[in-house]
Design a protein around this ligand. Structure first.
Ligand code: PEP
Length: 248
């Protein structure tokens, strides 16, 4: 009942040459069962949209401002992302929470700005290593989920991404049992808050997903796909992850 989603976050990587990787992803993207999303740097969104035109690949932003417009030098509004061809936007990535001091309330406001512009918000949550080692993981995830997810969230406008901070870009991956525990917890919390509609909200795992570990991660109940950083930069790797998700 939930469509699977393979989402790539290119972060601050890529100039025009990177569109060749996107072309190679487009050529391989014949899947109907799995949604595919690439979030390139803002400078490439428009050209990336043109590149994937006519294919099932969607393009997203990596962040948006909570306000519609105004004196916010360097920021990008939801309307600007949509205008450039984006249909999704990542909100609350841990790198934004850490580098830019984004709180749960800011993430919720940005997610609302996404909804206001018909963008699907990919809301990111994740505990630090210190919090995991202190046994605080579920409490941290519960607080972030509640504070970062607007009341207007639905299965159509929201995707949740569980991304343990210590697993992002480190090659370290939680055990399958740890991933299952957090995803089951997020599903239960969503249902508590939003009722049965929350069964349709997709929950992605993110943190060092690679072709070699994708199959076992995608076999976990309540893992509806992945948010992928490093391995989404190369078509060969990302296409293999998409294939693993398709087969799951
Ligand atoms: C991410 O940036 O969201 C991420 C999961 O990165 P990586 O796959 O490189 O760990």
């Amino acid at each position: 009942m939930r469509r699977k989603l393979a989402a790539g976050n290119w972060k601050m990587n890529g100039t025009a040459a990177a569109l060749n990787e996107l072309k190679a992803m487009k050529d391989a993207a014949k899947t109907q069962a799995t949604d595919v999303l690439i979030c390139p740097p803002a400078t490439l969104i428009s050209r990336a949209s043109d590149t994937v035109s006519g294919s099932p690949i969607a393009i997203g932003g990596q962040d948006c401002h909570a306000n519609a417009s105004g004196a916010h030098t360097g920021d990008i509004s939801g309307a600007m992302l949509a205008d450039a061809g984006a249909s999704y936007v990542i909100t609350g990535h841990s790198e934004r929470r850490v580098d830019h001091g984004e709180t749960d309330a800011i993430v919720a406001a940005k997610s609302t700005a996404a909804y206001d512009n018909d963008l699907i918000a990919v809301i990111c949550l994740g505990e630090s290593l210190k919090q995991r080692e202190a046994g605080e993981t579920l409490a941290v995830i519960g607080t972030q989920l509640q504070g970062s997810t607007p009341d207007a969230a639905t299965a159509a406008n929201t995707v949740i991404a569980y991304e343990p901070v210590w697993a992002i870009g480190t090659g370290k991956v939680p055990t399958i049992a740890q991933i299952a525990e957090v995803h089951d917890f997020i599903r239960a919390e969503l249902i508590k808050h939003f009722g049965e509609d929350a069964n349709g909200i997709r929950i992605l795992y993110g943190g060092s997903v690679k072709p070699s570990n994708a199959t076992e991660i995608f076999a976990v109940e309540n893992v509806d796909g992945a948010l992928v950083g490093g391995a989404s930069l190369k078509a060969a790797d990302f296409n293999a992850i998409i294939a693993a998700l398709d087969a799951s």
